[in-house]
Write a new protein. Structure first.
Length: 430
């Protein structure tokens, strides 16, 4: 008689434990979800307007949308500033092809950027060979580096996000274990390579990576194919850039001992720790700070080469170095144009992010490390709130132009920044 209640209780308890085990969320998944939420909140803080009244930013409207409207999918082959913008042009072409109203297209552009951003975070979590705590900080670092809104929530500057994919993909420890990952890798390497001049800048890094891994390629066809792809895209990009553009961003006379270089190199890294106070320090202090950074970088690169654990810190270090050198060359005639850092000059982003990625990846795992990283990122958050602050684009009332776009032969539609216009000429639509 007493056996029945006991059996029922036992089965109920077993069922309850089974349900609990099935619904249990691991610490890794909690941290992954947390990194997504934190990143989204940071993006919303920096660019709140993009979530509820998105606007075109510069080339998004003037080049990508306008050329998609006039030329259709043939505009995919066009270059701007000497390089390709495949992903933004794909979004623009599909937006026009399906007949999206003009005022809806900016939302599609913004959320297409957000899609790439979250795929990048997912790649960080699923492909990097680090602890869940390290991957958490590597992930939130992408949005929490204290720069303004210029590179986020718009397709015009998507290349600064796209360039991160090859670093993560080639650092992966499960590179050859899953066909689905391999095909996804090829897709994102292709989109990333043809969205911006990144692979041309990184071409020396890809060749260097092939050299240090040369013994692995004989039995690894997937890695061989992936590297052949990125090297080919880098060469194609170099040819396009040489024929249709250049990296020079300033005019004037080059001076090797221009104080602007010291200021740039100092602020590039010390802003991460000192915030806005790093901008107005005496030149002597800045010079000492630059020397200290170079010494630390030398120690760091020797350490990551000696440890030889994985490619992530090596690729990140040289990626940041190449973008730093490219920026110095581009602004060599007037480096003062790179100031101030906290307003979000996009050229600071990649070297600073790569520096943090290397720093996080070479730390030893312990409670002190976790506490230190937490304090650093709280500092980034405080800097974002104090110095960066939210930024909203002007609402250009695009809805009022949606009904006019097909009814007038010519139409000028204002976009951000002020003074930029989309030129629509219905007589030239193919």
């Amino acid at each position: 008689m007493n056996t029945i209640p006991f059996v029922i209780f036992t089965k109920t308890q077993t069922l309850s434990m089974t349900i609990h085990n099935k619904t249990h969320i691991s610490r890794e998944n909690k941290l992954m979800i947390g990194s997504f939420i934190i990143s989204l909140l940071v993006l919303f803080y920096k660019r709140p307007d993009s979530f509820y009244h998105s606007q075109f930013w510069a080339e998004e409207g003037v080049v990508f949308f306008a050329e998609a409207y006039h030329e259709g999918f043939s505009s995919l082959y066009n270059t701007c500033a000497g390089y390709f913008h495949l992903y933004p042009r794909l979004i623009a072409c599909f937006s026009v092809a399906v007949g999206l109203p003009l005022h809806i297209a900016p939302f599609v552009f913004c959320y297409s950027w957000l899609l790439v951003f979250f795929i990048l975070l997912y790649y960080i979590w699923k492909r990097l060979p680090y602890s869940d705590i390290q991957r958490f900080f590597i992930a939130i670092c992408v949005s929490l580096i204290p720069t303004q809104s210029e590179i986020i929530m718009n397709l015009t500057n998507l290349q600064w996000t796209m360039v991160l994919f090859p670093i993560i993909i080639f650092s992966s420890t499960n590179f050859d274990k899953n066909k689905k990952w391999f095909y996804a890798d090829l897709l994102f390497l292709f989109l990333s390579g043809f969205t911006g001049p990144n692979y041309t800048v990184l071409l020396p890094l890809f060749l260097f990576s092939v050299f240090i891994q040369r013994h692995q390629f004989k039995n690894d066809k997937r890695k061989t194919i992936s590297y052949l792809l990125v090297i080919s895209i880098g060469i194609i990009g170099a040819i396009a850039l040489s024929g249709n553009g250049n990296i020079n961003r300033t005019e004037g006379e080059f001076t090797l001992f221009n104080e602007g270089f010291i200021h740039y190199l100092f602020v590039q890294y010390w802003f991460l720790l000192l915030g806005k106070f790093a901008l107005n320090l005496p030149f002597v202090i800045m010079t000492i700070g630059v020397v200290a950074v170079f010494i630390y970088m030398l120690v760091l690169v020797l350490k990551i080469h000696k440890s030889n654990t994985n490619l992530f810190p090596i690729l990140s270090f040289y990626c940041g170095t190449l973008f730093l050198i490219t920026t110095l060359i581009a602004y060599r005639n007037e480096p003062s144009l790179l100031d101030p850092y906290y307003r979000g000059v996009r050229n600071f982003y990649i070297p600073a992010l790569m520096f943090m990625w290397v720093f996080i990846s070479v730390l030893y795992e312990n409670k002190s490390t976790h506490t230190g990283l937490s304090l650093i990122f709280i500092g980034f958050l405080i800097q974002t709130i104090l110095f960066v602050k939210p930024f909203s684009f002007e609402d250009n009332q695009l809805r009022t132009y949606s009904g006019k776009i097909h009814t007038q032969d010519t139409l000028s539609i204002p976009v951000n920044p002020s003074g930029w216009y989309i030129r629509i000429d219905n007589r030239n639509v193919k």
